[in-house]
Design a protein around this ligand. Structure first.
Ligand SMILES: [Zn+2]
Length: 473
C-alpha cells in the first residue's frame, strides 16, 4: 500500500492541474477569493465531503470533512493572490492583465495541492486502508490577515488531532524555520484644522503627532531586542500644506521572534503614540488590524513528513522545465541567492553549493532552519499553537527566486509549479494515512506538543471585542 495513494494522485493529476491553473488565473486577493474558494469547496462537495462554509463569518473561509470518526487529520489550504503581480507563465516580465493581481506566493498551488491530498486520503478511507476523518481547511487572506486565528477563535480546529501544511518553495525540505510574531496596527490622530499661515495658533496638527510618534519609535529602536522589526508607512498625512491636518494616520507592523516580545513592544509603541498625542494636543485612536504568533514545529510530525518525502521523491523536472528555469534564472536580481545561503548550517555547506548551482532543486533536504528565523510572518503559526503541526516545502520555483516576485507567479502557472504541487499532495496524503493507521505516532506528536505549549498556552492575539476587517463588514 505504501505508494498506492500517491499513484491515485498521478492518475488524477490532470483535474488538479486544471483547478490550480484556474485559481492562478482568477488571482483573487485576500477576502475576495470567491471564485477560488467556491471552486475548491464545490470540488470537495462533489467528492462527498461535508462542507461548512462562511467559517468564523468570513465569506471565503470553509472547511470540508470526509469520514466521521477519530483521528481528525487537517490539511491547510490557501488561495489568495497578491495585488499588482499579474504575469504570464513565460520567462519574461509581462503582465497577463495590466494592473491585475498574481499568485506571487503560489497559493493556487498550495490550495490545490492540499485538495489533491485530502481527495487521495478519502480514497484510502473509502477502501478501508485508513480510518478517521480527513479535513480540508480553506483559509483565506493569508497575505493580509490572521484568518486562521479567527477560525481558531470560532472553534474550527477544536477536534483536530494533527495538522499538515505545505508551501511552494525553491527546495524540497521539512519546513522548520521560525518566523516572527506580529501585530499590525494603525494609529490615527485627530487634531484641529486651521489655516496654516493665517491662524496656525488655532491648529493642532494630527500630522505633527504622526511625525513625533515616528521619531519616538525610531529612538526606541536602540533599546529593543536585535531580532525585532518595526516598520511603518504614513497612510494619511493631510491634504494640503496650507491646511493644518486635523486627521493623520500611520500604519505599523511590530514583529519579534516571540509573541510575548511583540506584546511588550506593542505596549511601548502605544506609550509613544500617547506621548505624541499629549505633545500635540491631539487625540489618538488605535485601529488594531491583526496579530499572529511565531510557529511551533513538531519534530514527530516532521519525521513522518520527511520519511514520506523520501518515499515519494523530489519532483521530476524534464528538459523543458530545466531550460525554462535557466532562462528565468537570468532575470533574478543580483544577490538573490544570498538570502537563502544564510540559512544553510555549516555541516551542509558542500551540499548547499550543489543546491545553489541547480536552477531547479532536485534534492530532499532535512529541516535546515532549526533555530533560524525567517523575518516574515504567517498565520499557519497560530494553528501550530492549537494543534500539533508539521509543514513541508517542495520545489515549485527556481532557486533563489525572491518571495512575492513575478518569477514566482510565472512558475506557479506552469509545469514546474504543477510538479512541485503534485509532489506535495502525495507527501501530505501518505503522511495523513500513516497517522490514521498509527495512533501511537499521534500520541507521541501530542506529547511533544503539550510539552512545548505547557508554559505558553495560546491566547488569541486579537484584543477583546475585536472586529476583524472582513470584506462584508
Ligand atoms: Zn505564502
Amino acid at each position: 500500500m505504501s505508494k498506492k495513494y500517491a499513484n491515485w494522485i498521478n492518475e488524477n493529476q490532470q483535474e488538479l492541474i486544471e483547478i490550480s491553473d484556474k485559481i492562478w488565473e482568477f488571482a483573487e486577493v485576500g477576502f475576495e477569493e470567491y471564485k477560488s474558494s467556491t471552486l475548491l469547496a464545490e470540488t470537495l462537495e462533489k467528492a462527498e465531503f461535508f462542507v461548512e462554509k462562511n467559517v468564523a463569518g468570513i465569506p471565503t473561509a470553509f472547511y470540508a470533512s470526509y469520514g466521521n470518526n477519530k483521528p481528525v487529520i487537517a490539511i491547510l489550504g490557501e488561495y489568495d493572490a497578491l495585488p499588482g503581480l499579474s504575469q504570464i507563465s513565460e520567462p519574461i516580465k509581462r503582465p497577463l492583465k495590466e494592473g491585475a493581481s498574481g499568485h506571487g506566493c503560489g497559493h493556487n498551488l498550495l490550495g490545490t495541492g492540499a485538495l489533491g491530498a485530502v481527495l487521495a486520503v478519502k480514497e484510502a478511507i473509502l477502501s478501508g486502508d485508513a480510518n478517521g476523518t480527513i479535513r480540508y481547511y480553506g483559509c483565506p487572506a493569508e497575505e493580509k490577515f490572521n484568518s486562521k486565528g479567527y477560525m481558531i477563535n470560532a472553534g474550527a480546529f477544536k477536534d483536530v488531532d494533527i495538522t499538515l501544511s505545505w508551501h511552494p518553495a525553491f527546495m524540497n525540505a521539512i519546513n522548520d524555520v521560525s518566523l516572527l510574531a506580529i501585530n499590525s496596527v494603525k494609529f490615527r490622530f485627530l487634531g484641529r484644522t486651521a489655516h496654516a499661515a493665517f491662524d496656525p495658533q488655532n491648529g493642532r496638527s494630527a500630522l505633527d503627532a504622526v511625525e513625533l510618534m515616528n521619531v519616538g519609535v525610531n529612538y526606541l529602536r536602540e533599546h529593543i531586542i536585535p531580532d525585532a522589526r518595526i516598520h511603518y508607512v504614513i497612510t494619511n498625512g493631510g491634504e494640503a500644506p496650507n491646511v493644518v491636518p486635523d486627521k493623520a494616520e500611520v500604519y505599523y507592523f511590530i514583529r519579534a521572534p516571540e509573541r510575548s516580545s511583540v506584546e511588550e513592544l506593542y505596549k511601548r509603541v502605544i506609550k509613544i503614540a500617547e506621548g505624541a498625542a499629549l505633545m500635540t494636543e491631539t487625540k489618538m485612536v488605535i485601529n488594531f488590524l491583526g496579530g499572529m504568533y511565531n510557529p511551533l514545529h513538531n519534530d514527530v510530525i516532521g519525521n513522518v513528513l520527511l520519511s514520506k518525502m523520501r518515499l515519494v521523491g523530489a519532483p521530476r523536472f524534464n528538459k523543458e522545465d530545466r531550460e525554462f528555469a535557466e532562462k528565468l534564472k537570468k532575470t533574478l536580481p543580483p544577490g538573490s541567492m544570498e538570502a537563502f545561503s544564510r540559512f544553510i548550517p555549516p555541516n551542509l555547506r558542500d551540499m548547499a553549493k550543489q543546491i545553489l548551482e541547480q536552477p531547479l532543486n532536485r534534492m530532499i533536504l532535512p529541516g535546515i532552519g532549526k533555530g533560524k528565523i525567517v523575518p516574515g510572518s504567517s498565520d499557519v503559526s497560530d494553528v501550530s499553537r492549537v494543534t500539533p503541526l508539521g509543514e513541508i516545502a517542495t520545489t515549485c520555483q527556481i532557486m533563489g527566486s525572491p518571495g512575492h516576485s513575478w518569477q514566482n507567479v510565472c512558475t506557479s502557472g506552469m509545469s514546474i509549479g504543477h510538479k512541485g504541487m503534485l509532489t506535495a499532495a502525495k507527501i501530505l496524503a501518505l503522511s495523513a494515512i500513516e497517522f490514521m493507521n498509527n495512533p501511537e505516532i499521534i500520541n507521541k506528536a501530542k506529547r511533544e506538543f503539550e510539552e512545548k505549549i505547557k508554559d505558553n498556552p495560546y491566547i488569541s492575539p486579537f484584543p477583546e471585542g475585536f472586529k476583524p476587517p472582513f470584506i462584508n463588514q
